[in-house]
Design a protein around this ligand. Structure first.
Ligand SMILES: [Zn+2]
Length: 535
């Protein structure tokens, strides 16, 4: 299926620091046509490594070719990504709480389940210690592990960030890599986490449903952020009292303290976890897809503005309301459609950006941001030449677009560029309203950030308490990572069009600015830019 784009060309001379005129023909219709192809049942939910994802990527390559976008992978448009998949064999695995030698078995899926994001040891028995949010943030003199003996023990973590810690900083230290660094240093052998019921996107029943679905990791020791972690798992908050019973504390006490987002009490749970696991592993091969529009400036064309979106989703899984196909229309066919649309539009536009534009469709996002982790470790253009990443993941055009909600707004010059673009279009700019949801590190932009590259990501915004607010949260609760994130759901195509307009103008603005974007002097993430040269 091919889409045909019609639009008028607007010829405008641009001087640097102005907002260039992007093609103004985005009405969301061509966007929806692309979503319809990528989220079609024929793509089988685009599971990493699956034939369905291969078909979706082949379609993307065809579209890029048809639009005149140049290949910028290793082999044409493709960059091969090697992975290993891990799934738990629950029939041969078990968890039990042990107190005074007596074991109380836990029901996997009801009380807790194993996380195969960690390479689980076959057998573990160790005391449990509640470590609050499980964060160690030297910049803020904040340490949940202070005064606790964690040697050889398993940490139990309540998901969240205390209110006195800036969102991006807290998010950064909540990543698997940073978390394991701190736990390992404290002597722990692994961790179980308890989601905060107040900020769970999806109910326990659905989180638990997908627990036997395989996890994946990149092949190569240099990519293993949790080497040595023996156990990982998730506890059902509704059953968390089983873990607290012997400690003299109860879970309600934690929930009450967490409501204010205060530092939580930390204590020994006076109980041990006994775990036996069997995991099944497979080699998996997948790919990123990369296209390029070469810039017009003889010098600046050697620099790149990246627009990225993950193309993988969850594939075929446990049925919900008899539907087992997880189409991933908003997550994230919607983002890939923006890349295709914007690439085609900018290619045909009279506007010739000075820097080059790179369109990166990454695999393995749902498995832990793996495709972007690989791309940023082995970029197909010099890493130091990547000046910015704009990432799109589930931007949710579900209601009229009057505002844009930005993650990473105050971290780099990209926030200022975005403000100028949005102002011009009469779109309000909002900072992340829910930093505790960790959105800044929950998609592929984070891997660019880790390599010092200024990055930003945004969704269609809403005013707190508005109808948009309700629609947004209802969507997360009902459709996020569910088979109903499909083509039958209502979307607002005009909102998608406006979003595409913002994205294309932002790309052009960054591409044309005299100066490449920088981190703000006060940004925590600025530290990574020190690593850029020589990498
Ligand atoms: Zn997702």
């Amino acid at each position: 299926m091919r889409k045909i784009l019609f639009f008028l060309l607007s010829v405008v001379t641009v001087t640097a620091q102005q907002v260039p005129d992007a093609p103004r023909q985005f009405d969301g219709k061509s966007w929806w046509e692309q979503v319809k192809v990528l989220a079609d049942d024929n793509m089988e939910g685009r599971e990493t490594g699956s034939p369905g994802l291969q078909r979706a990527e082949a379609y993307v390559v065809d579209q890029l070719k048809a639009s005149g976008v140049e290949p910028a992978g290793e082999n044409g448009y493709y960059q091969k990504v090697k992975l290993v998949s891990r799934a738990i064999d629950e029939k041969s695995s078990s968890m039990a709480l042990v107190k005074d030698g007596k074991a109380e078995p836990l029901i996997l899926g009801e009380d807790a389940f194993f996380s195969t994001r960690v390479d689980l040891a076959p057998s573990v028995e160790a005391p449990l210690v509640f470590v609050g949010y499980g964060l160690k943030i030297p910049e803020q003199n904040y340490d949940d592990f202070a005064g606790l003996d964690l040697k050889g023990k398993i940490a139990v973590i309540f998901s969240g960030i205390p209110s006195n810690i800036p969102g991006p900083l807290g998010s950064h230290y909540s990543t698997a890599a940073e978390r394991w660094k701190a736990l390992k240093e404290a002597g722990a052998i692994g961790a179980l986490s308890i989601p905060n019921p107040a900020s769970m996107d999806i109910p326990w029943s659905r989180i638990s449903l997908s627990r036997t679905h395989p996890s994946m990791d990149l092949v190569g020791a240099e990519f293993n952020d949790t080497a040595g972690e023996k156990i990982g798992g998730v506890i059902n908050p509704e059953h968390a009292d089983k873990f607290f019973a012997a400690s003299g504390h109860n879970f309600q006490e934690i929930l009450d303290a967490a409501k204010e987002r205060k530092q939580l009490p930390r204590f020994r749970l006076k109980i041990s976890l006994r775990a036996r696991t069997k995991t099944i592993t497979h080699d998996v091969e997948s790919a990123n897809v990369i296209g390029k529009l070469t810039g017009s400036d003889p010098k600046l064309k050697n620099e790149y503005v990246v627009l990225s979106a993950h193309i993988d989703h969850l594939g075929i899984g446990e049925p919900i309301n008899t539907d087992r196909l997880y189409n991933g229309a908003m997550d994230n066919a919607s983002g890939d459609a923006v890349l295709l649309d914007v690439a085609a539009a900018l290619k045909s536009s009279a506007e010739k950006p000075r820097r080059s534009l790179l369109f990166v469709f990454v695999t393995g996002e749902e498995k832990g941001l793996l495709g972007s982790k690989y791309f940023t470790a082995r970029p197909t253009v010099p890493r130091d030449a990547i000046v910015a990443d704009i990432n799109i993941d589930m931007f949710l055009p579900l209601y009229p677009m009057k505002a844009v909600m930005v993650y990473g707004l105050k971290e780099s010059d990209l926030g200022d560029d975005l403000r100028r673009v949005a102002d011009k279009d009469g779109i309000e700019v909002e900072d992340d309203p829910e930093p505790q949801r960790n959105s800044f590190i929950r998609s592929d932009q984070y891997n660019f950030i880790r390599h010092g590259i200024p990055a930003i990501t945004m969704k269609v915004g809403y005013k707190p308490g508005s109808a948009g607010d309700t629609t947004f949260h209802n969507w997360l609760h009902q459709r996020y990572h569910a088979p109903s994130d499909d083509l039958k759901q209502p979307v607002d195509q005009s909102a998608a069009g406006k979003y595409e307009q913002i994205i294309s103008q932002l790309m052009l603005t960054i591409a044309d600015n005299d100066k490449r974007p920088d981190w703000k002097p006060e940004s925590f993430f600025r530290r990574y830019s020190g690593q850029r040269s020589g990498e």
